[in-house]
Ligand binder design. Sequence first.
Ligand code: MG
Length: 395
Amino acid sequence: MSTPLPLFFHVDVNNAFLSWEAIYRQTVLGETNDIRYTDAIICGDISKRHGVVLAKSMSAKKYGVKTGEPVVDALKKCPGLKCYEPHMRYYHERSADLMEIFEKYAPVVEQCSVDEAFLDMTGTGKLYGEPVAFAYKLKDEIRDTLGFTVNIGISVNRLLAKMASDFQKPDRVHTLFPEEIKDKMWPLPVEELFFVGKSTAVKLHDLGLHTIGDIATCDLSILKSHFKSHGVVIYEFANGIDNTLGHRGEEEQKGYGNSTTIAYDIKLAEDAYGIIRKLCEKVCARLRADEVQALVLSVEIKDSNLVVRRHQRSLLSPTDVTSECYKTACELFDELWDGSPIRLLGVTANKVTDSGMRQMNLFDMETHDKMKNLDKALDLIRGKYGDGAITRGKI
Ligand SMILES: [Mg+2]
């Protein structure tokens, strides 16, 4: 028997927050108006920093309203704009409905945000037949049973499937197989490639590289000299090579750092917390392996424009305990994040000490010791059976 070729679907809800809010207002509030067809945005609390546009209707888009921009700017462009705050719990229920449909068909479902998932469909040809025809059935089933539309991208790896789902919207199926890269991906402007943010795009244009094809066919040494390791990443992406997803990103030289590059936008704090938790697991496991504790913790966010921000804090007591680092890392994240879509998250432990000294705190000493023992047990299990052997439910 021959090994089946890898096959991935990337399913992306079209304008998820706006679609779900429209369904919420019609089915729960009983409104007759469909906000999808009005000048409408979904946005965070306008009075706080998180007051950015999370989603916009097609007609709001015509006024130049952009996702991620401050609501005040959007209102200037489109004075009649209606702003709706998101009903996250309801959206999560719709998201769960969607995942339930995926679970029915896909051997492996990797949910990457509330409105996106990768389905590893490798080897399902015998079950469902030709993948494109099956994707159409899946898309229609979602639309007809759940009332919102999706795009499905199909390819041999996640990156290409994700690029494909981003082609013409809504309610579409697209393929981007390696033999189609030249025709379908290379003519696109460099801005369309993952990990090409605003400043990288400007530099690429200055170098005379205007399309993804220009990047793919240029001399790698040129990219390396201008962008260092990031040049290799975009060169590989332009050639359809997916080396990033699911792997650990660049590692900090100083301190004990782990970061994860994400090929999709993280838009919700709770999705970010999940990634921060995994990063803290890794960082703290390394601290414990080296029998050192951290005195300073820092969190790094790179947004979808590749703007990087860092925030750090000294810890009250040196620690290698995952739950303690996680708590501090989430606080740092909350203080740092302005609501922009996130492409990379990093957690770094600095100023390590091996003194083992801990400032006595009668109230947390007992919990600290319990957590220390839990970490030790998890390290043992992972050491024996691998990183994926056990995961924490909640810390
Ligand atoms: Mg989407």
